[in-house]
Design a binder for this molecule. Sequence first.
Ligand SMILES: Cc1cc2nc3c(=O)[nH]c(=O)nc-3n(C[C@H](O)[C@H](O)[C@H](O)COP(=O)(O)OP(=O)(O)OC[C@H]3O[C@@H](n4cnc5c(N)ncnc54)[C@H](O)[C@@H]3O)c2cc1C
Length: 349
Amino acid sequence: MKVAVVGAGIVGRLITTSLLKRGCKVSLFDKASSFPERNNSASLTAAGMLAPFCELEYGTKEITKWGLRSLELWPKIIKELGSNIYFQQKGSLVICHPQDLNEFSYLQREVDRHGYRECYKVVDQKVINELEPCLAPRFNKGLFFPHEGQISPDDIFDAFNENILPHINTNFRTCVKKIENRTLFIDRGKEEFDLVFDCRGWEGKQDWKSLRGVRGEVIRLQCHSQLLNRPVRIMHPRFPIYLVPRPNNELIIGASSIESDEAGDVSVRSCLELLSAGYSALPELGEARIVEQNAQVRAAFSDHHPRVERNGNCIRVNGLFRHGYLLSPAIVEKALELAFNEDTLCISP
Ligand SMILES: Cc1cc2nc3c(=O)[nH]c(=O)nc-3n(C[C@H](O)[C@H](O)[C@H](O)COP(=O)(O)OP(=O)(O)OC[C@H]3O[C@@H](n4cnc5c(N)ncnc54)[C@H](O)[C@@H]3O)c2cc1C
């Protein structure tokens, strides 16, 4: 079967990997290169947190369910991608400064309300200091979610480029101007396939009018040593942030959440807010080097749920919002079912 995948973000890459395993002849199209500049790619800008419980602050129980399914699927996908991929499940820690302790209540209430009370522990200063010695002795109370994890988007892109690209027909730097059922319109003319997967992220908006853009900004730091063992979220009434450690002593500080579809560079204001909130939690960051700053657009529907829909021979997957890594394994599983199993229902409102 001849299949086209349009968009080589995390969704398009995982769909391509699954299609290849099924023996399909896959053509992958992306207007960017195979390892795009970060400021061309939401998937490369992402912090890579896999946080099905903490994300209840922004989502619903459905997100948690898909996130838990994805956590089950990631180890198998990593094996299929076949290279060293930084993936860990050492949990995530949520903290706040003593004056902001009320900030815990909303997250705790949402997690409890959805029946996941057993999925976190309330921890005191001693436990926080054991989990994350560099945070000592500034935080007295925290919430620890031991099942949550993280993955490195860079490693996934590298592994995919090395192990999957050689087996498919690649069309990078190729803009797909229009998708009509199973026909793609590109500069060199029309191309027809048996099946098309539309995974254009934010730029799928031209065919998905209810999609909205939410700008997210991150700053990447090079630290002198590994300062954290796991993602740490700092609750704050105005500047909630997360600190996410990466291999080679890198650390990501993110992220703003602004109702805007403008990508590119981080604003001065967001830069000040992210860095000062990070520095106040972890003063060692003062000597870290800023190696990158980047703003990207998260594609979202109003309920923050992703959509998987089929129209003729075209399957569209979009709206992964702030959950591309958290949800894509489960959502891709659903998209493949929808493509190959007549009885499957769409994920749509
Ligand atoms: C700051 C920030 C932090 C984030 N942190 C996390 C996190 O910690 N955990 C998590 O799970 N998620 C996170 N996310 C969300 C995650 O990045 C997105 O949900 C995910 O990238 C969406 O993937 P996608 O494949 O749908 O879209 P994209 O990554 O946007 O990929 C779409 C691809 O389609 C290509 N394309 C578009 N139009 C065309 C066209 N016409 N022709 C050809 N190609 C085209 C684009 O070039 C692009 O490569 C974060 C997002 C941001 C912005």
